[in-house]
Design a protein around this ligand. Structure first.
Ligand code: GTP
Ligand code: MG
Length: 194
């Protein structure tokens, strides 16, 4: 996809703040610090537009990026970061649950996992939850630049097993090396019916 325009339209916390335009939406979910904002940037072909950080817990709202006036990429806070106070984590969890379960415009979710590790319990629980709500999901194993090329097949097998998915629902990605974004765009184009 040729990204011509990108605009952070709104940072929302409540449904009444969601955009009124009825574009299809693709949301990014995964553990805090896994690389959701970094993936969003690479897909939008922008550098640190979706603010990334070494500190987990950087993204705190639902950030709706209008791409080409035809689609929203929605960058959301991560889960599982223990240093965020419990109350704050619960508020975020509610905000994310509400968005993922009630938003009609949501066409698909990109679930990021760390390519250097076996997917965590939280990751597999999230996948089970997305299955339950029948939300089309692409699992993206990211930070693959940190994994030797000879180990990529092995990593892909791990993730497919842990998530109970096949090849068509998995992409390997690196934000720093910019590997894998074309396949991710292909998936987005298909599920968002662009
Ligand atoms: P929260 O907003 O806190 O949930 O984090 P996030 O998932 O949005 O992560 P973010 O994109 O901010 O990235 C977290 C850290 O991981 C940053 O230091 C990034 O530079 C780094 N990072 C992200 N993607 C990659 C990647 O593909 N390779 C490497 N080596 N580092 C990455
Ligand atoms: Mg973020």
């Amino acid at each position: 996809t040729d990204v011509k325009s990108v605009n952070l339209e709104i940072s929302a916390v409540e449904p009444k703040q969601y955009p009124r335009k009825r574009y299809p939406e693709i949301a990014f979910v995964g553990r805090s610090n896994v690389g959701k904002s970094s993936l969003t940037d690479v897909l939008m072909n922008r550098k640190n537009y979706a603010h990334t950080s070494k500190q987990p817990g950087k993204t705190q709202t639902l950030n709706f990026y209008n791409v080409n006036d035809q689609l929203y990429l929605v960058d959301i806070p991560g889960y599982g970061y223990a240093k965020v106070p419990k109350e704050q984590r619960e508020t975020w969890a509610n905000m994310i649950d509400t968005y993922l379960t009630k938003r009609h415009e949501l066409s698909g979710v990109i679930l990021l996992v760390d390519g250097r590790r076996w997917p965590s319990k939280l990751d597999t629980q999230m996948k089970t939850w997305l299955n339950y709500y029948q939300i089309p999901t692409l699992v993206v194993a990211t930070k693959m630049d940190k994994v030797k090329h000879s180990q990529w097949n092995r990593e892909a097998k791990f993730v497919k097993n842990a998530m109970a998915i096949n090849d068509s629902s998995l992409a390997l990605f690196s934000a720093s090396k910019k590997i894998g974004q074309h396949r991710i765009w292909q998936w987005i184009t298909k599920v968002a019916k662009l």
